[in-house]
Design a protein around this ligand. Structure first.
Ligand code: PMP
Length: 372
């Protein structure tokens, strides 16, 4: 069967070269006589796999040994609790609410300490990012004079998968650590480790199969015991995981192996700057079409549009459903919007080729000429 144009928000399309390479090694990985799913995580063959995945990721994002890189389980959702459990040393943090995911993280954090709201765009239905009180007298999106510098951290979700908005520039937060959920823009472009103290991502969008969560954290931030060591499960303690090199218990061996292959694929494409250019070029085709269309329109504020998740609607839920069915007949799948918002969403991660985006646009065009 022909492969579909897959716009899934995650688990999402993987590069065919990666899938082919996994298939070729399925029964006999590197002359071990077994698949990666069948080998001990303590074996030297597996040690090489996880070490290579970490080294390749470090090269891609430019993370030196000041940063710890952890390959964990429990999804991005477990990090909603792990972050306050590990980082709320003084017991106070602030959250920027820009959508579903940051709100969920904020709600979880309230169980463990004083989780405040720094800014929110909920009143605008999360169709745009909240306005942040940047210090106009300082260059480059500084929050130094407006953000309480005694907080344990400021939290944001860089790319909001459900609403299709994105922080294109991250704020400078001074001595307060910036913690970022980068799940749906992870490896879509460079990661701003000058500003971020801890970033994390579920890998099932751009980096691999579901079941691995990558945490990238400044070692000086996580070096000691977890802030709430009294209740933080050992599994969730960043310093414990760092000491055990993500092998406190059995890791997701297969998932990490596939991630390693995706990291190499991104390197072969030219790295993260190249990915970023290609991704913006791809989604811009779609945004341009939406801006011109008389049937479809984008739902996110133009200045805050996402590099990955293009959210749009037609003029009625009836036509939305008709279009989703119409697209499926053209081999275009997984464009239904998140259940919270309805409409459509085309997630254009790294492995979605420009040809798929063009196929979607010509399908929208055809539908529009039939239903206008
Ligand atoms: N954060 C963001 C930005 C997401 O898009 C998602 C899932 N789509 C999550 C967190 C939750 O991820 P998980 O399902 O891996 O727990």
């Amino acid at each position: 069967m022909e492969r579909v144009h897959n716009f899934s928000a995650g688990p999402a399309a993987l590069p065919p070269e990666v899938l082919q390479s996994c298939a070729a090694e399925m029964l006999n990985y590197a002359n071990t006589g077994m698949s990666v799913m069948e080998m001990s995580h303590r074996s030297s063959a597996y040690r090489d796999i996880i070490d290579d995945a970490e080294a390749t990721l470090r090269r891609l994002i430019g993370a030196d040994e000041h940063f710890s890189i952890l390959f964990l389980q429990g999804g991005a959702t477990l990090q909603f609790a792990a972050i306050p459990l590990n980082l709320m040393y003084k017991g106070r943090a602030s959250y920027i609410l820009s959508g579903n995911w940051s709100k969920a993280a904020w709600q979880e954090a309230q169980k463990y300490g004083d989780a405040q709201v720094f800014a929110s765009s909920e009143a605008s239905g999360f169709s745009c990012l909240p306005q942040l009180p940047y210090d106009e007298s300082m260059p480059d999106h500084s929050l130094c004079s407006t953000l309480d510098q005694t907080l344990d951290y400021l939290y944001l979700c860089q790319n909001e998968t459900v609403f299709g908005t994105m922080f294109h520039t991250l704020p400078y937060t001074g001595s307060t650590s910036l913690v970022a959920d980068v799940s749906s823009c992870f490896l879509s472009g460079p990661l701003d480790l000058e500003r971020i103290s801890l970033a994390y991502a579920g890998v099932q969008k751009n980096a691999g199969p579901a079941g691995v969560t990558i945490v990238i954290a400044r070692r000086d931030l996580i070096a000691n015991a977890a802030a709430r060591n009294d209740i933080c499960p050992r599994y969730m303690s960043y310093s414990v995981q760092d000491k055990h090199e993500s092998m406190l218990n059995t890791p997701n061996c297969w998932g990490i192996y596939v991630c390693g292959k995706v990291f190499h694929w991104i390197e072969d494409q030219g790295g993260l700057e190249v990915m970023e250019q290609k991704n913006w070029a791809k989604v811009q085709l779609l945004y341009d079409y939406l801006d011109e269309s008389s049937l479809f329109h984008g739902t996110a504020a133009p200045s805050d549009r996402s590099i990955s998740n293009v959210c749009f609607r037609s003029t009625s839920p009836y036509l939305d459903n008709a279009f989703i069915d119409f697209a499926a007949k053209h081999n275009i799948v997984n464009i239904k919007g998140h259940r919270l918002v309805g409409g459509m969403r085309a997630s254009c991660y790294n492995a979605v080729p420009e040809s798929s985006v063009k196929a979607l646009i010509s399908c929208m065009h055809e539908f529009e000429s039939q239903y206008r």
